[in-house]
Design a protein around this ligand. Structure first.
Ligand code: GLU
Length: 294
């Protein structure tokens, strides 16, 4: 069987509506869409709008308009994470039963202060910033209240599931990946924020499983988070998809594009008369595969 081939191929593009799509997003969406098309599979659109402060309906409308303009088509059901809080709550309950969660009331300032103690040495950072020093580690979940975030006890999780492995990349194949010492390089990450009761890590794992995603195509900036996702999949006993972390599109100074770089917004290229084929060429993709399945 070809690399990445499964009986049913499902991938997704999962933007957060916190700003306009730029060339980097176009590259990511087009790469996933081309791949689904080549595999005769399904391409899903998922709106990752768990953060009510940062996500705006007008950005969602702009994203959908830009993706349609690019020529992309997706399965009719568009999952919206803001409507999935019950599913995330159920996953947290399962993890609570496994004894791998604890509540945490530390602010960023508390964490910085704890890590600045002389005996702590140079603070380490992981995918979510400073590695949590474990101040609230002793607290039981029965103590959790509205002021608490919920953290994953990484050491306990690994004791249950063993070292996480996953398959990375298909073209070229780069093979099986192992997480290097997640306790020290990732630490006890937040799985549910106190303000909206979930996190990117938890939601993405729950939804990829619910949508039977078989391959995750996304930028290499998210590769660091993948061990967390693979650990959660093992704990929740859902399949681990293949991962394909693609290169990032950078500006002429080599800086990676971010949503705040409005100069690169797809909407501006559109307004200046660019065509979808121009966008494909700009991000280094060949001309042909836009459009519906043959
Ligand atoms: N929502 C994430 C973003 O916009 C992407 C998540 C993912 O592909 O796993 O960066």
């Amino acid at each position: 069987m070809a690399c990445g081939a499964r009986l049913t191929y499902v991938t997704r593009f999962a933007p957060s509506p916190t700003g306009p799509l730029h060339l980097g997003h176009a590259y990511s969406a087009l790469t996933a869409h081309d791949r689904a098309r080549a595999m005769g599979g399904t391409f899903l659109l998922r709106i990752e709008d768990i953060d009510p402060q940062r996500c705006k309906p007008e950005w969602e409308a702009q994203i959908i308009s830009d993706l349609r303009w690019l020529g992309l088509t997706w399965a009719p059901v568009v999952l919206r994470q803001s409507e999935r809080l019950t599913a995330y709550r159920a996953a947290l309950d399962r993890l609570t039963d496994l004894g791998v969660l604890y509540p945490c009331r530390c602010t960023r300032g508390d964490i910085r202060a704890a890590l600045s103690a002389p005996q702590e040495g140079v603070p380490l950072t992981g995918p979510d910033g400073l590695i949590y020093p474990g101040t609230c580690h002793h607290r039981p979940m029965t103590d959790a209240g509205p002021q608490d975030a919920i953290r994953l006890d990484m050491a306990r999780a690994l004791a249950l599931i063993g070292p996480p492995t996953w398959t990375e990349g298909c073209q070229p194949p780069t093979g099986i990946r192992h997480a290097k010492s997640p306790v020290t390089t990732i630490g006890d990450v937040v799985l549910a924020r106190r303000d909206f009761g979930t996190s990117y890590h938890l939601s993405v794992v729950v939804d990829d499983a619910a949508q039977s995603v078989t391959e995750i195509v996304r930028g290499e900036d998210l590769a660091e988070a993948t061990p967390i996702h693979v650990i959660l999949q093992a704990l929740l006993q859902v399949p681990t998809p293949n991962y394909w972390h693609h290169i990032l599109i950078r500006d002429k100074n080599g800086k990676r594009l971010a949503k705040r770089d409005d100069a690169r917004a797809l909407a501006l290229f559109r307004a200046e008369g660019a065509t979808p084929a121009d966008i494909r060429r700009l991000v280094g993709l060949s001309d042909t595969p836009i459009g519906t399945w043959p």
